[in-house]
Write a protein that binds this ligand. Structure first.
Ligand SMILES: NC(=O)c1ccc[n+]([C@@H]2O[C@H](COP(=O)([O-])OP(=O)(O)OC[C@H]3O[C@@H](n4cnc5c(N)ncnc54)[C@H](OP(=O)(O)O)[C@@H]3O)[C@@H](O)[C@H]2O)c1
Length: 169
């Protein structure tokens, strides 16, 4: 099973503020939906709760929520108390590509433990004030395998690029 992460990162590595996203980019939301649909996704409890109740669990995906609260339960999602047991659950369900969808704590743990094979990164070409950041991407460890750049337009206030990285051997 491949383990991927998907994230949108500002030029200053910002990814969130006050448990919310920093931008609304409809093409990025569509990309996220297309890439993750049909797969298991792992989310931290804070990121999960930031999704409006009527939109969660995210449809067409098996939602695995990480928390340390033993009484946490959100109907339709699966609760796990550590990252490894959520990964094992996806593996035992014959998942081929598992997605880590954030937030900051979960990305950091998965990268530090060297668990990630592939990263789908939307680079948002702007600086934002934030309280949650993505770790610096080490150019010696990660190879860009595709880049798809978009200018800003009436629906997208910032230019952005869909970049896929694979871990170098
Ligand atoms: N730009 C993007 O692509 C993107 C994507 C996702 C999220 N975000 C943003 O990121 C922010 C949220 O990130 P965050 O770092 O604050 O929180 P988070 O990573 O979403 O969730 C943290 C919570 O996950 C649980 N947790 C963390 N590590 C765990 C472990 N090893 N075992 C079990 N449970 C664990 C804990 O839940 P309990 O407190 O319940 O114990 C912890 O408080 C928001 O602003 C969100 O909008 C941005």
């Amino acid at each position: 099973m491949k383990i991927s992460l998907i994230v949108a990162i500002a030029d200053n590595n910002a990814i969130g503020l006050n448990n919310d996203l920093l931008w609304r980019l409809p093409n990025d939301m569509k990309y996220f939906r297309e890439i993750t649909s049909g797969h298991h996704i792992i989310t931290g409890r804070k990121n999960y709760i930031s999704i409006p109740q009527k939109f969660r669990p995210l449809p067409n995906r098996t939602n695995l929520v990480l928390t340390r609260q033993t009484d946490f339960n959100d109907e339709g999602s699966f609760t796990f108390y550590n990252l490894e047991s959520a990964i094992d659950f996806a593996k035992s369900n014959n998942e081929t590509e598992l997605f880590i969808i954030g937030g900051g704590q979960i990305y950091k743990e998965a990268l530090e433990k060297n668990l990630i094979d592939k990263m789908y990164v939307t680079h948002v070409h702007h600086h934002f004030e934030a309280d949650t950041f993505f770790p610096e991407i080490d150019k010696n460890l990660w190879e860009k395998i595709s880049v798809n750049a978009h200018e800003k337009d009436e629906k997208h206030p910032y230019a952005y690029s869909f970049v896929v990285y694979e871990k170098m051997n």
